[in-house]
Design a protein around this ligand. Structure first.
Ligand code: SAH
Length: 349
């Protein structure tokens, strides 16, 4: 009977060292293998060319390297790429490569579907199937880095956790993947070029601060008025705006890192003065900058992009209150790769 092989990337370096020792090999083999897996991102024992054939065979009899495959790639008119990523259990998530003048950004997924229920987001209409594991998150970054090199001649420079899923509901794996992405043993990318975006789960924002993370934080606020926010993001009944705010104060205290607030302005929902005032009061409590995001319609009539006048009002009032703000135009809309549009559409036909 063949024993079920274990995914080698589920092992820590120490566990891999123990494996080699138990097999009568020297422990430093583990460092070599670890480097192939996490620094070079190889998916095949045969590519580990500084190991003997016997060692590669030994690994192959005990382990697999579960990995993702880019199943489908779409390219937008504006240069954005969207990848449908097939996981080892055939589930699909999406990730996006967004090119700018002299940098490229990967937008990666953290869950299959999403645990939360934001009314305006296409991903939320899918059920949460499962969390992605560390290597599935890591592999998205490696695949997009390769695309960045192939199509734009530069290595990937930035990563945002703004794909499918709520990263904080998959806390350990997301932080585990970021550790592999940033560590000198891994891809060695700079933490300050990574941004985790959350819908705002106060307890876990505090935990990140306690864990002394080095990456940036973005929060999808969309309204600083509790009644409004719980209508559009029902899960936030459990996490009131006040609690969210105090967790952000805690975060800033611990990290000294300014927080980005993502804010969509919708017609008849938050395009009024009270909402702007509430946002300004929120921003006065903790150093933040506001990203006003264009709404990408997902086929629900309840939500409509606010008028240009309303957007200008937001900009004017925020600027007058000395709060840094920008309008973020969406990329990749024509291929459903823009914020809130990731829903495996191409696979649903
Ligand atoms: N769950 C995390 C990560 C997803 S990020 C979070 O909410 O932050 C995806 C970003 O796109 C979030 O800021 C989200 O609020 C925003 N978004 C969702 N649906 C959108 C839509 N239809 N148009 C524009 N932005 C949208």
């Amino acid at each position: 009977m063949e024993l079920a092989k274990k995914d080698i990337r589920a092992l820590s370096k120490e566990a891999l060292q123990d494996f080699f020792k138990a097999q009568g090999h020297q422990a430093y083999r583990a460092d070599q293998v670890y480097q192939w897996l996490w620094s070079k991102g190889v998916h095949d024992f045969d590519k580990m060319t500084n190991l003997s054939k016997d060692t590669r065979f030994l690994l192959d009899t005990h382990f697999t390297i579960n990995h993702i495959a880019v199943d489908q790639q779409q390219r937008s008119k504006d240069g954005t790429f969207k990848n449908a990523i097939k996981l080892h259990d055939n589930r699909i998530v999406e990730s996006v490569l967004i090119p700018a003048k002299d940098r490229t950004t990967a937008c990666v997924s953290s869950q299959v579907g999403c645990s939360l229920d934001c009314k305006f987001c296409a991903t939320a209409q899918l059920d949460r199937m499962r969390n992605l594991n560390v290597d599935e998150i890591f592999d998205q970054v490696v695949a997009i880095d390769q695309q960045s090199r192939t199509y734009f001649d530069i290595p990937l420079s930035n990563i945002v956790f703004m794909g499918m899923g709520e990263p904080l509901m998959n806390y350990n794996n997301v932080l585990g993947a970021i550790e592999k992405i940033t560590s000198p043993d891994g891809l060695g990318m700079a933490s300050k070029r990574i941004t985790l975006s959350t819908s705002g789960i106060p307890k876990l924002i505090r935990k990140m601060a306690d864990d002394k993370v080095k990456f940036n934080l973005a929060v999808s606020l969309h309204s600083a008025v509790q009644e409004t926010r719980e209508k559009i993001m029902p899960f936030s009944k459990k996490f009131p705006v006040d609690e969210l705010l105090s967790s952000l104060e805690y975060w800033y205290e611990a990290t000294q890192k300014m927080i980005t607030l993502e804010f969509i302005v919708w017609k008849s929902i938050n395009d009024n003065l009270d909402e702007v005032r509430a946002l300004i009061n929120f921003c006065r409590r903790v150093p933040t900058k506001v990203n006003l995001i264009e709404y990408n319609p997902i086929g629900d009539d309840a939500f409509e992009q606010a008028s240009n006048e309303a957007m200008s009002m937001y900009q004017k009032k925020l600027t007058a209150a000395r709060i840094t703000n920008t309008i973020r135009r969406s990329r990749g809309k024509d291929i459903d790769a823009a914020c809130g549009q990731l829903a495996n559409k191409a696979h649903k036909k």
